[in-house]
Ligand binder design. Structure first.
Ligand code: SAM
Length: 310
C-alpha cells in the first residue's frame, strides 16, 4: 500500500529522495520523472499540482526515483536526450549525447556554410563512432547538401541511430555501416572523395574508466569510452587510415578529452597516413578549440594544397 499523494506532494517527495543522492537538479529530475509516468508535459505539473495521483502511478514514480538515486542515468529512464535542438532516443548500450559535442558539430556546420567550402553543391562526410546518431543526424539535419557515411562497431548503436534517422526524416541522407573504424568503407570507392571526417571516438584511458562518475562508469557502454592505454588509440588509427579518403582541402575534426589537445595535434602533424596524397599533404592549419569551461575540446585540421583557413 502507498500513501495518497497530489502531484505537488509527489514531486516534493522525489526531490527529498534525490537530494540524498547528490544529484545536480533534483527538482527538474523529479518533475521529468513524474511527467514520464503520467505521459504529460512539464507545464501540466504546475497547472495540476493539487490533483491526486493514483496508487499505481505513485508506485511507479517512486521506483523510478529510487532507480535514479542509485545512479542510473535519467536519459535511459526517459529514453531520450536533446542534442542540437533535436530529440535523440537513447537506451542502454548507447552513449548519451553530451552538450560538449555540440561545439564540434557547430564548428563543422559553420565551416560548411562559410567561405572555406565556398558553397560547394554537395558535401560528403564520414562520422566514425555514430552512437545514437547525434553528430551524424545533426549534420544531416542542418546541412541540406550533406551526405553522411556513419560507422559504428556496435549493432545496438546502429539500431538506435537508424531509428533516430527515421524519426527525424533523414534516412535518405545517411548511409549507416557496421564495422571497425574505416575498414567497412574499403571497396566503396570513396578514396579522395570525402570532404570531412568527423569523430567523437572513445578517448578515456583504460585505467581511468573506473574513476569516472558512477553513472557513466557503471551504466554507459565501455565500448564507447575506452580509448586504449593512453586514450589515443582511435586518433592514431583515424589519422593514419583517414587521409586517403579526403579530397584536396578535406578536413579532419575530432572531439577530444580536456587534456588531449596537444597530443592529438602532434599526431596529426606527425602521422601522415598511408594514402598517396598523404605523403605530399600532411595535415595543416591545425586548430585546437576550447569549450565554454576553457578546456580543449576539438582538434581540427585539413589536407591539401590550397591555403583556405579553417
Ligand atoms: C564516445 S562515443 C560517441 C557517440 C556519438 N558520436 C556521440 O558523440 O554521442 C564513441 C562511439 O564509437 C563506437 N566505437 C567503439 N569502437 C569502435 C570501432 N572500433 N569502430 C567504430 N566505432 C567504434 C562506440 O560504439 C560509440 O558509439
Amino acid at each position: 500500500m502507498v500513501d495518497s499523494y497530489t502531484i505537488g506532494d509527489l514531486i516534493k517527495k522525489g526531490v527529498e529522495i534525490l537530494e540524498a543522492g547528490e544529484y545536480n537538479n533534483p527538482l527538474l529530475e523529479s518533475q521529468l520523472l513524474l511527467c514520464h509516468v503520467h505521459n504529460v508535459d512539464k507545464i501540466y505539473t504546475y497547472t495540476h499540482k493539487d490533483r491526486l495521483v493514483d496508487s499505481q502511478s505513485v508506485d511507479k514514480f517512486l521506483k523510478l526515483i529510487n532507480k535514479r538515486k542509485s545512479g542510473y542515468p535519467i536519459q535511459y529512464i526517459l529514453g531520450k536526450q536533446e542534442f542540437m535542438g533535436l530529440d535523440f532516443h537513447v537506451r542502454e548500450g548507447v552513449l548519451i549525447p553530451r552538450p560538449d559535442t555540440e561545439i564540434l558539430v557547430e564548428y563543422i556546420i559553420d565551416l560548411v556554410k562559410g567561405e572555406y567550402f565556398n558553397e560547394k553543391e554537395s558535401i560528403k562526410i564520414i562520422d566514425i563512432g555514430t552512437g545514437s546518431g547525434a553528430i551524424t543526424l545533426s549534420l544531416a539535419h542542418y546541412l541540406e547538401n550533406a551526405h553522411v557515411y556513419s560507422i559504428d562497431i556496435s549493432p545496438t548503436a546502429l539500431e538506435v541511430a537508424r531509428e533516430n534517422a527515421k524519426r527525424l526524416g533523414l534516412e535518405s541522407r545517411v548511409t549507416f555501416i557496421e564495422g571497425d573504424v574505416l575498414s567497412p568503407l574499403e571497396g566503396l570507392n570513396l578514396y579522395n572523395s570525402i570532404d570531412i571526417i568527423v569523430s567523437n571516438p572513445p578517448y578515456i584511458p583504460t585505467k581511468d574508466i573506473q574513476e569516472l562518475q558512477r553513472e557513466v562508469a557503471e551504466h554507459e557502454p565501455k565500448m564507447a569510452l575506452d580509448g586504449g592505454e593512453d586514450g589515443l588509440d582511435f586518433y592514431r588509427r583515424i589519422v593514419r587510415e583517414g587521409v586517403k579518403y579526403l579530397t584536396d582541402g578535406g578536413v579532419l575534426a575530432f572531439e577530444i578529452g580536456y587534456d588531449q589537445g596537444k597530443a592529438v595535434k602532434e599526431l596529426m602533424l606527425r602521422d601522415r597516413g598511408t594514402g598517396t596524397m598523404s605523403h605530399h599533404n600532411p595535415f595543416k592549419d591545425i586548430k585546437i578549440i576550447k569549450d565554454l569551461a576553457g578546456h580543449d575540446r576539438v582538434v581540427i585540421g585539413r589536407v591539401g594544397r590550397g591555403d583556405g583557413e579553417l
